[in-house]
Design a protein around this ligand. Sequence first.
Ligand code: C2E
Ligand code: MG
Ligand code: MG
Length: 560
Amino acid sequence: MARMEIRQRDVDPQRLRDSDRFFDLADDYLVVFGFDFRIRRVNPSVYRGIGTNAEQVARRPIGSFIHPEDRSASLAAVEKARDVGRSTWQGRVLLGRDRYHWVQTTMVHDVDEDAIVLVGRDVTAEVELSERLRVRAETDPLTGLWTRQRFLAALDEAGADERLAVLFCDLDRFKVVNDSLGHAAGDDLLAALGERLRTVHDDSRVAMGRIGGDEFVMFIRGGDRADALSLAQRVRDLATEPFDLGGKRLHVGMSVGIALSTGSDDRSAEQLLGEADTAVYRAKAAGRGTVVVFDEEMRKQAAERLTQEADLRAALADHRLVAYAQPIVRIEDPSIVYGAELLVRMQMPDGTLRAPAHFVPVAEETGLISTIDELMLDVALSGLAERCGTQLGVNISASRIVESGFADAVLAAADRHGRDLSNLVIELTETSVLTDPSATMINLSRLREHGARVALDDFGTGFSSLAHLNEFPMDFVKIDRSFTSALPHDARTRAIVEGVLAMSNGLGLSVVAEGVETQEEAAALMAIGCEEAQGWLYHRPMPLDRFERLMVPDLTSAAA
Ligand code: C2E
Ligand code: MG
Ligand code: MG
């Protein structure tokens, strides 16, 4: 039998009345009923669906097929169809013995017959699917707590007219559990913690969700600072109790950030959660198991950070991040020994320059630092080094050096410019070397195989373990400026730098002193056998065209 579908907006009572064939063959449910709600006529789809026949159906009032909760809406739809000619309604209809189906209907007033013609389509599958999707989107499968989306919606609703306390709880040492015992154990831990946290649900003012890995969030309706602090304490206690996972006893902890709203300000749910997030970030920095309440000072910093991020994005888009170069000299002459370091600068629209201290931290937080590093690498490999006959140092951030594709990206950039890596120096800080030593090692080895060199930057400010010099493939050590400036008058610093020099010489590493500003410092460095330096005493960081003229004086005379 040919399948027939009626487009609901095309329902035409006249046509339905006149065409029995159409009426009988339609897959849709067709019902004609009067304003006494007696059914006058149904098509086979209806009575087959119910498992009966047309006569039996006709004996019952139409309302008896409709789910009690949906009856008033269906009545309203009938009235609307009578008054304006047409209406739609979706609701649960009894089809079969006791099973309700979701049916989407269009009702049309048939004026000639003084009846309603209803065309319905079974949408149970659609409705159930969207319900499943909704539950899935709102419930974290691991803990059964709300998802970020659901939590924010509830927070938004609650915040409209109420005092609120928002808690952002971040598990301490979760990464260690995940890394050492595996993700499955990590999941078990989160599920067990979720179970425990549910016990604070006995307070009906508390709503709770899990919004990312080990981040649990809560809010207290009507909650003030004292409520928040006592809930934070409870949560911390719950997390600190050891967990028993597959026979292993695990100890973790919880840091909590709190944001408070009086209900009268206009902060959005997202802003409040962001403030609690900032506070927990502080809590983490202050040490594990700490609770921090967001305050005015943090608000200012958060606002400033947003401005900085916007400035940075604008500068990237407008190509206003440029490379400056600072030569490295042999202290003795002081001639430029092997090269220079590239340092990024932000050109502001008013013509001033901004130093990295103003935008590198925010670039690191947002991941934009990779783009900056890429830019500087591109400059270093563009041919500048070859024209100047120098090596060029490029600072590479911790997040970039651990990326598995980093070495390939550098090689590809060199390829693009038709260069090799023999004039490239990668500058890394101790901290970044230690972020993920094995990933870093893989990248460094690969780059060194292709001729690049590696410098350990800011030496002495990180973990200052001389052992790293040994373990990592290095070529230069750059001693931090704090040592350089203390050297002339501090015997302990002198002893340390002498030790570093001895060890570096033993390993065949060159040592460069950073930030030399005075002759006195230069003399002190010479006295202990440090021969190379970088600093304002010799050259400030300069634009590349000036650097090029400095390195290739002929350029100037040729142009003159
Ligand atoms: P760094 O790599 O240790 O660079 C040396 C810093 O010391 C530079 O600061 C330089 O201008 C400054 N300096 C040089 N000589 C003297 C001196 O005699 N006295 C004083 N007081 N300072 C001197 P700058 O350019 O502000 O850069 C600061 C830091 O920002 C750099 O420290 C580096 O860690 C980071 N940085 C700069 N450019 C980039 C980049 O392209 N990528 C990444 N990831 N970091 C960068
Ligand atoms: Mg550097
Ligand atoms: Mg440095």
